[in-house]
Structure formats: structure tokens, C-alpha cells
Design a protein around this ligand. Sequence first.
Ligand SMILES: NC(=O)c1ccc[n+]([C@@H]2O[C@H](COP(=O)([O-])OP(=O)(O)OC[C@H]3O[C@@H](n4cnc5c(N)ncnc54)[C@H](OP(=O)(O)O)[C@@H]3O)[C@@H](O)[C@H]2O)c1
Length: 331
Amino acid sequence: MKAVLFTDKDASICVHDVPLSKHTSDDILIALSYSSINHRDLWISKGQYAKIQYPVIPGSDGSGTIAESSSSQFPIGMNVLINPNINWGNNNAVQSSIYSILGMPSQGTMAEFISIPSNRIHCIPPHLSMEQAAALPLAGLTAFRAVNMKGAIQKGDTVLITGIGGGVALMALQFAIALGAQVYVSSSDPVKIEKAKQLGVIDGVLYNQPNWQHTLMKLCPNGFDCIIDSAGGEHWNTLTHIAKPGGKIVFYGATQGSVPEFILQRVFWKQLTIIGSTMGSDAEFEYMLDFVKHNQIIPIIDSIYSLDNAAAAFKHMESGNQFGKIVLQHS
Ligand SMILES: NC(=O)c1ccc[n+]([C@@H]2O[C@H](COP(=O)([O-])OP(=O)(O)OC[C@H]3O[C@@H](n4cnc5c(N)ncnc54)[C@H](OP(=O)(O)O)[C@@H]3O)[C@@H](O)[C@H]2O)c1
């Protein structure tokens, strides 16, 4: 079958002819229509992810049509999406020690087919197209746990979501607005802030401008009940400054690396709660799908590339110019 294959760190990204991974009678074979790129795939292509294994077919997100199945619940011809969790385990609080994410070490979704256990497969919320369904799983799950579960955001809360161009950040925006929060954003791009305002955000600031925190505090003088971040890096001391006393900072990434000279004293004096979050449990994946269906949320797609043109799609993600998910069309 045709699949994107990462053969080594920084090797050129192209489509190869590869064998399908072992297909057992308990597995379901899906002919994939679309997949989408997450920053994780980019980190893996550059060798910047834990426990790297090459060669690997990347991709954690996919939608497609069942091509082979012995399950009456999932008949041939049904359109489905995939839960990218593998072995989360029974503890909702934390993943098991054998947890992994689809698309390394296991074969991922940037391929013509995937063979996968039926308990990873879900019906597509009826209001979503196949390409929108492929944009949802990983970003939706991560945002749902961060915003709805860990952030426990309530109606009326003031919420800051940093780096709004990101795939997860945009899902977080949509979930926070559905919960009735007053949402503010940061970005490197004024056009992205305008687009976020069209989605219901109150206002935003450019994090690459000096003293952006002062501009933000003029917009939201009492500070933020909850901040959702995936950038990390040196701006973290600013986040603890603009959080309301008693507020929360939930973070699920560190795109800008670790925090130099973190000001611990501000955290205890302001009674802040700092919460790390990764992906979400299988139960949360189902709650997320229900929440998306109930609120008729549609993932924002930045662009669609053909699978053959995956290299250009990855280049686009690396540029940081996207607003929303970058999707690959397989057929
Ligand atoms: N723990 C988990 O389960 C989990 C799950 C998903 C993702 N992640 C991590 O979360 C991060 C984002 O993932 P993604 O897939 O959403 O990536 P993405 O779509 O590539 O988005 C990255 C965004 O980060 C923003 N950014 C970059 N530098 C920033 C800074 N200094 N301050 C604020 N924002 C900044 C940019 O926003 P603008 O374009 O608006 O400037 C950029 O669009 C990655 O590090 C990823 O590995 C973790």
C-alpha cells in the first residue's frame, strides 16, 4: 500500500510502497480517506521525540471506510474515525506504563489502509465531513482534557489560550467558547487574532511584541481564571503574572522548551494551580465526541494536501503559518 514513511531523522518525507502491518481476524481494516498532521509528527520526523523508532508510518488521526470486518457493530462500508490512544489503561488520572500514541511505534494513519482493533473505532459525529472528522481526534482529545476536565472551565470564566494558530489551541478555543467562557488569545500573527475573533474570542495580543502582557492586562484587567498553554519557554513567568490569584495554568506542550529561571514564589503567593495534561483517557475520548456532537463543533481546517504531497504539508506546519489543522487527502 501507499504510505508516508519516515526512514530516518530529517530524511526527506515521501510516499513509499509498504506492506500493511499484521491484520488479525479481530482487527478491522479501514481504507483511510483522510489523515491530519499534529506537531508530534513533525517532532518525530526530526528525531525530536521520546523513544524514536524508524522506519515508521506517521499519523495519529484518520477517518475512513471499513473495508474488512467481522464485527456486526462495524460493518463493511461504514465511515469511522480512530481513537489514537493505545493502552491508556483503567486509570482515568494517568496513562499506563505501556501507553503509546498511534503513529509510532505502531503504523500510523498516513497510509492507504490501517488494520486496528475495533475498540479504537468510533462513529463520526453526523454533522462532520470525512475531512473534518480526520482533523478531530488527537487535537480534540488533548483540548478536551485540558479545557473541560483539568481546566474545568465554567461559564463566565476569563480564559487565555496562547498560540491560537495551533491545532490543539483552536480546538481549546472552540470548547472554551461552547462552555461559555470569555476567551482571549495570543498569536504571532494579527490575521490569526482577527480570525479567532470571528470564532467568538473577545480579543487577542501579539506575543512577539514587547510588553504584550501589559496590552493583555488592559484588555482583561482582573487577569485570567484559566490559561491554556503549549508553548512553555521564557514567557511562562508572564503567564504566572497575568493569572488571577487562585487561577489555573493548564499546559500540554513545551514548543519553546523549558522555563528559564521560573519564579516559584509567585506560584505559592498567588495560590496558583499548575496542571500538566497529556492526551486523555478512552472515556474522555467518548465524552469529547459527545461534546462535539452536542455543541455542533466543527474543527477548523487550514488546508488540505494530497498524501503524495505530504512533504509540502509538513513544510507548511513547520512554517507556523497555519490556522487550524493541516489535512492529507488519501484518494
Ligand atoms: N501532551 C499532549 O498530549 C500533546 C498533544 C498535542 C500537542 N502537544 C504539543 O503541543 C504543542 C502544540 O501542538 P499542535 O499540534 O497544536 O501544534 P501546531 O498546530 O504546530 O501549533 C503550534 C503553535 O504554537 C504557537 N506558538 C509557537 N511559539 C509560541 C510562543 N512563544 N507563545 C505562544 N504560542 C506559540 C504558534 O501559534 P501562532 O501561530 O498563533 O503564533 C503555532 O501555531 C506541540 O509542542 C505538541 O508537541 C502535546
